[in-house]
Design a protein around this ligand. Sequence first.
Ligand code: UDP
Length: 358
Amino acid sequence: MHVVTVIGNRPQFVKAAAVSRALRAEHDELLVHTGQHHDDELSTVFVEELGVPRPERELGIHGGTNTEQTARMLAALGPLLATERPDVLLVYGDTNSTLAGGLAAAQARIPVAHVEAGMRSFDRAMPEELNRVLTDHLSDLLLCPSETAVANLEHEQAAGRIELVGDVMVDVALLFQPRALADTASLHRAGVEPGGYVLVTAHRAGNVDDPGRLRLLVDLLLALPVPAVLPLHPRTRARLEAAGWLAELEAAPDVRLQPPLGYLEFTSLLGHARAVLTASGGVQKEAYLAGVPCVTMRDTTEWVETVAAGWNVLVDLDATAAVAALDRRPPAKRPPLYGDGRAGPRVVAALAGVPAAR
Ligand code: UDP
């Protein structure tokens, strides 16, 4: 089978780490990196660390509005798919790269397999939600991380074949967590002790693009009762600089700004944290897997099971609610929610059942 996989941003490199090697053991894969995340620290670091194959094609497309970026990706992917004529096109998650890959293939009548299908926040104001819904409804094979995702797709009467495979990020977390936890160099560098800090990520457009929301985020960080370690995404850094608030955070003694980190360093900081404060879907899930309470700076989440299990609290950008949530004791139980760490091989097996190109 000839598979073209389209990835473009940080979590997609992590997800590809669970699938690409297993895929290449049985099939022929061409990995296309759209360039959506072009900084090395958000992309190539994972090639080296997690063993993701080096992308065979780099489209170098980044910047612009979501619409422009998606359009440029579509324009580049059309000719590429016409030449490659893969048996299946594989995409992950909910980014512009996901939608562009899926749509370019569907229009060329190439079957589409979507990993992380069926996730919903039910908030159409999120560009990611539009990308998810549209990709699911043009896909032939819908590979779901959870039973909730399966139920969402059944409810929407999605046309593709639905399979519950588990979450590919769980594969990666289970594989790398022990090694990551054993190395605490990233804690020393940030000047924190195990259990004595909150690990923060904050880069969702809805939290940083609007200066009013960004200010709420800064105030929330300044209100935290324990040191906060914050690997700063380039988007957030740029927005803070533009608003003139970066220096304020740099000067705050209990906010430890870091560059974006590699997966192992980040996973070590996450596993040893007292709690995680984030708006990232992947990080909410990784906190659950690591048994670290999570406070989510959104008012919706796709990872609803983590909230129902009592390990995740949604606070949006409300500082008082965030401080109260950080004070909660974690529940006694942490049932396995997102699979057994063998989602990658199940994705590969499912591809064999994809309908032939039309
Ligand atoms: N991550 C990382 N270094 C960091 C921050 C995050 O390796 O400094 C990893 C994290 O472990 C997770 C993924 O990147 O696997 C999440 O990416 P991101 O938060 O960019 O994605 P989102 O979930 O917001 O789409």
